[in-house]
Ligand binder design. Structure first.
Ligand SMILES: Nc1ncnc2c1ncn2[C@@H]1O[C@H](COP(=O)(O)OP(=O)(O)O)[C@@H](O)[C@H]1O
Ligand SMILES: [Mg+2]
Length: 294
C-alpha cells in the first residue's frame, strides 16, 4: 500500500490553505496513493531521550504545507522525506536568507540591505540605525521595506522619503527586516512562475491598479502569460539553487522587461494559477513526487 501524509498548518483558516491539500489528495488518489491530511501538532515529532522521534508512521513521504521549521527539521532527522525539504522551506520563509542564498549565482534581484537586529523596545531608531544616508544612497526613494517573514503582501511596505522610512524602521525594529531598491518599472506588476522538479511549468502575470504590490489578496488581478525564455531560465535556476521540489517564484520586470527575482514561495498556493493558466498544478506535483519516491 502506498501511503502519504500531508501536514498543514494548525491555525490557518485561509480558503487557499484548506483547498491545497484537498486538491493534492485528489490527484494522489488517481495515482493509487492513499493520502491522509493532518494538522501539524506538537506530537508530530519531538526530542525524547536525546533522539529525534517522529510520531508520523507508515507513510512513504510527507508533503509539508506548513512552515514550522522545528517539526520539519525533526521529521527529516527521523528519516522522513519531506516535500519540500526542511532547508528549502526554511530559507524561503526568510526573505533575506533567500536573497543571500541566491547572491553570487548570477541571479538578477533588487539591491537589498539587511536590517540590523534590535532587541530593545526602548531603543530609538536614530541610535540603533545611524546609517540611513547609506540606505538612501544605495537604494534611493521610493524604497521597499519588508519584514523577512510575511506573505500575501501584508508585510511589504514602501517609503517615499526619510520620514516615512524612519517611521517604518521604528515599527519593524524588533522583527527581522530588509531594505530594498524598488524596481519602479514593475510597480504593481509581476510574474508568478510555478516550478516543479526543476521545470517551470506555468506562469501568470499579476497586475494591481491600486497598489505597488501585485498580490491577488490585495486586489491584484491575475492573467495568463506565455513565459519567455529568460523568465523560464531564471526560475529553474532559482529552484535548483534553493533545492526546491516545488515553488512559486515572484519575478519583477526590470527596466527592459528582463526578469528580476522578487521572492520565492516554497508553499505557494496554486488555486489561482490553475484557473488562470489552465494547468493542473496539483497533478503535475503529485506525478513528480510519485516518480521521485516510487
Ligand atoms: N523591490 C521591489 N520592487 C517593486 N515591487 C516590489 C518589490 N518587492 C516587492 N514588490 C511588490 O510587492 C509584492 C509583495 O512582495 P513579496 O516580496 O512577494 O512579498 P509577499 O511574500 O508578501 O508576497 C510583490 O509581488 C511585488 O508586486
Ligand atoms: Mg510574493
Amino acid at each position: 500500500m502506498k501511503r502519504a501524509l500531508i501536514l498543514v498548518n494548525a491555525y490557518s483558516k485561509l480558503i487557499s490553505a484548506i483547498n491545497q491539500p484537498i486538491r493534492l489528495k485528489e490527484e494522489f488518489d488517481k495515482l493509487g496513493v492513499e493520502v491522509d491530511i493532518k494538522k501539524n501538532s506538537i506530537d508530530t515529532a519531538m526530542i525524547i531521550e536525546g533522539e529525534a522521534v517522529s510520531f508520523v508512521e507508515d507513510y512513504d513521504f510527507v508533503i509539508y504545507l506548513d512552515k514550522d521549521k522545528y517539526t520539519s527539521s525533526l521529521l527529516e532527522k527521523a528519516g522522513i522525506r519531506l516535500f519540500n525539504r526542511h532547508e528549502a522551506i526554511r530559507v524561503c520563509d526568510d526573505k533575506m536568507d533567500t536573497h543571500i542564498r541566491l547572491a553570487g549565482h548570477g541571479i538578477s534581484m533588487p539591491d537589498t540591505i539587511g536590517g540590523l537586529l534590535c532587541y530593545n523596545e526602548e531603543a530609538s531608531i536614530d541610535e540603533a540605525m545611524t546609517r540611513i544616508e547609506l540606505i538612501e544612497e544605495k537604494l534611493g526613494y521610493p524604497c521597499i521595506i519588508k519584514e523577512c517573514y510575511g506573505s500575501l503582501g501584508a508585510k511589504v511596505y514602501c517609503a517615499d522619503n526619510r520620514e516615512e522610512l524612519l517611521t517604518r524602521m521604528e515599527k519593524v525594529k524588533l522583527k527581522s527586516h530588509l531594505f530594498q531598491k524598488m524596481i519602479s518599472s514593475s510597480r504593481g506588476r509581476d510574474v508568478r512562475v510555478i516550478v516543479i522538479g526543476g521545470k517551470a511549468i506555468c506562469g501568470m502575470q499579476r497586475i494591481s491598479k491600486t497598489d505597488f504590490r501585485s498580490n491577488i489578496e490585495l486586489g491584484g488581478v491575475a492573467e495568463p502569460i506565455e513565459l519567455s525564455k529568460p523568465f523560464i531560465e531564471i526560475s529553474e535556476k532559482v529552484a535548483h539553487i534553493l533545492d526546491l521540489d516545488y515553488c512559486g517564484i515572484d519575478i519583477l520586470y526590470g527596466e527592459n522587461g528582463e526578469p528580476v527575482v522578487c521572492e520565492v514561495n516554497s508553499n505557494a498556493f496554486f488555486g489561482a494559477m490553475e484557473s488562470v493558466s489552465g494547468v493542473n498544478v496539483a497533478a503535475k506535483y503529485a506525478e513528480y513526487i510519485y516518480e521521485t519516491i516510487y
